[in-house]
Design a protein around this ligand. Sequence first.
Ligand code: BJ8
Length: 424
Amino acid sequence: MSEAYREMWENLNLDLAAHDGLLSVLGKFYGDIYMSQQGRLKGMEYLDFVLSEVHGLRIKELQDAKARGRKIVGTFCVFVPEELALAVDAVQVGLCAGADAGREAAETLVPRNTCALIKSFIGFKLARLCPYTESCDLIVGETTCDGKKKAYEAFAEHAPMHIMEVPQTKTEAARALWKAEVLRYMGKLEDLTGKKVTAENLAAAIKTVNARRRALQRLNGLRAARPAPISGRDVLLINQVSFYDDPVRFTGAINTLCDQLEERIKAGEGVAPADAPRVMLSGCPMAVPNWKLPYVIESSGAVIVGEESCIGTRNTRDLTDESGRTLEQMIDALCDRYMKIDCACFTPNAERLDNVESMARDLKVDGVIQYALMFCQPYAHEGIKVERRLTAGGIPSMSLETDYSMEDVEQLKTRVEAFLETVR
Ligand code: BJ8
């Protein structure tokens, strides 16, 4: 690792010794889970490079952007409209974290029975391990699940925060509340950057974010092929990287990868035998470097062909209407698009059941594995309904609850293998 990076991390006030430890574990984990795969496409080299530079080159780019006067905005939820940040020329990065590091420190701020995702982003901050968090000029939280809401109160003592009130229903009144929150957030960004959101810069931002969603939709559509042309592990990585890479560069790289996948499909080739069980994941988001369950599933002989999750299709399924001409029309289009998100924090949330079932059918899956982080109430509750719906539709499913520790890998493997036996 170059001296220039060390200096950059030092300036960001990272705990250098702990950070070195984290990077070496991450590198080994990546080698075992990703580089060991057979038949990876050339297009994945871009993702390997981005991940190898996750705390290096990308952070340098953020520092350079800051030096040129751009602001960095960190988020934890797909409800925060990236289009608004891009419109005022800010850079938005996802801060959800998927590693166990800093858990003990986190438990001094939030209760032990808090989900691993929340403990992880707090732990990364308190243990001074995350150069993204430390680069942010503003961090945006949202009132989604109770765990996050209360954790943001504690987190705000350590970072500059803005909280968006996300409604919990999809009524007219909820839509009005959401629009008011979108406008309030827009004002906050304008104050932060000293720039105004205009019809022109917002239209461009909507196009940029839609283009990235279209590229990911294209990728997900190609996974309906049998044999599956790309592993679930690789697509999870792509989705994870989509939250912090430059959106235009990323979109180009994914479209190039899709060209290669189309060639592969035409040639009848895949990453797994045509009769390998096709599995869809559904539930909580899997943030970098949470690759445990996908690795367990795919090393058991199955292939993952879809992720019904926010680090997956929930973030890419719906586009923002691009036909608006005035700022008001565009803000309305944004509000409508974001109100379609079927997060388990909504009540009722019947459209999610429809979306899970239709996705499973489109991807011709042999089974669905529902994934909930331990202590995540919203997804655990909905797991019961999702299972009922899938069973009624003749689609086998199983539910797993886990966290970020490695202690349950063998136990998960035993359960996954038993499930795969029943769907083979
Ligand atoms: S829109 S899924 S990104 S809130 S796993 S922290 S729900 S206790 S992450 Fe999410 Fe936005 Fe919804 Fe998506 Fe709480 Fe559950 Fe933890 Fe979770």
